[in-house]
Design a protein around this ligand. Structure first.
Ligand code: SER
Length: 326
């Protein structure tokens, strides 16, 4: 467990987190040492031109094995997943990608004697029976979405591989992630990204959640920091493995709109809750992440005000340059 990571593979590298994580890992470990993989072969030029890419479909184990052997991979960041809202539209696909995909990744890692694997979980692991405020790390996990139940199984599977096989599996429960490079797809927290693009482009947004729906959220730089810091942590200090709560901020859709209005005074918001409201209502409002703080020194940099200012600043500059791709 003390061997150094050498060659890294990222699954879901074209996704919202995967795309930025791949670039951050390339910066940290060298471009050639970080293999981007995805089922999508249309990837951004930044990703394509900065290092190797392979097609990997995580439900087809052979494609994983091929990439791992060809590039002598010893560390995996397993970012592919079907998110909460998409998962309710296609539960069978979500089961297959999230559960069988994670099983395939862990089995490949075990058989190839890998150094470390990152398998992210989500606030979707919680459910309506979980305490909603300051949700503890170790608590009731009875999610009601297919995405959530596959994430709980993934956490348990990760912990199982640590105990049973000595494979170093790590993961945290991401809150909703806000970013401007690659748009999220199929999540319940996606509104918190779309609202920024619409505020800059059209000065109005219709939100698919109610005004008072408060959820845990995190800005992408903190998401990358949490991921890299957890993976760099000293194994002997970890009492948890694949199920760390990580928190940065919590806000309601109304509070986010009010923060945006401080910068875009004529911004207008309307609320038309849809099927995603029930998903959001089953998740916590705020998260207790003291285990992550104690065991690997987690600490966020951004809150609602600093994240909002940064997002708007970057998107407004892009709009002025005619480069707001949305
Ligand atoms: N952002 C995810 C979703 O909304 C939660 O992990 O599905």
């Amino acid at each position: 467990m003390t061997r150094e990571m050498k060659i890294i593979m990222v699954t879901g590298a074209a996704g919202q987190i995967g795309s930025e994580l791949t670039l951050a890992l390339r910066k940290k470990y060298g471009n050639d040492n970080v293999l981007a993989t995805d089922i999508k072969t249309q990837i951004s030029p930044k990703l394509r031109d900065s290092g190797p890419f392979e097609y990997v479909n995580v439900i087809d184990r052979e494609t994983i094995e091929q990439a791992v052997r060809k590039h002598r991979i010893d560390t995996i960041y397993h970012m592919s997943a079907v998110l909460s809202a998409s998962g309710e539209n296609r539960p069978q696909l979500a089961w297959n990608v999230n559960l069988n995909g994670t099983f395939n990744i862990l089995e490949t890692a075990r058989e190839n004697n890998m150094v470390r694997v990152f398998c992210p979980s989500s606030i979707a692991a919680f459910g309506p029976e979980t305490p909603r405020l300051n949700t503890p790390n170790d608590t009731i996990l009875k999610p009601k979405t297919m995405y959530g139940l596959t994430k709980v199984a993934g956490e348990l599977l990760g912990d199982y591989y640590v105990k049973r096989y000595g494979l170093d599996v790590r993961g945290c429960r991401y809150p909703g992630i806000i970013s401007y490079e690659t748009l999220p797809g199929g999540g319940t927290t996606d509104y918190a990204v779309a609202i920024f693009f619409e505020a800059v482009k059209n000065k109005s947004y219709t939100c698919f959640l109610r005004e008072d729906t408060r959820l845990p959220m995190m800005y992408m730089p903190d998401c990358l920091k949490a991921t890299l810091d957890l993976m760099a942590a000293d194994f002997s200090r970890l009492r948890h493995h694949a199920d760390f709560n990580v928190a940065a901020m919590s806000f309601s859709a109304g509070e986010l709109a009010a923060e945006i209005k401080k910068h875009v005074p004529d911004f207008k918001i309307a609320y038309e809750p849809d099927y995603r409201q029930a998903i959001a209502d089953s998740w916590p409002e705020s998260i207790d992440d003291s285990a992550a703080r104690e065991e690997w020194g987690w600490k966020q940099d951004y809150d609602l005000a600093t994240m909002t200012a940064d997002m708007l600043n970057i998107l407004q500059r892009r709009l002025q340059k005619g480069a707001l791709n949305y």
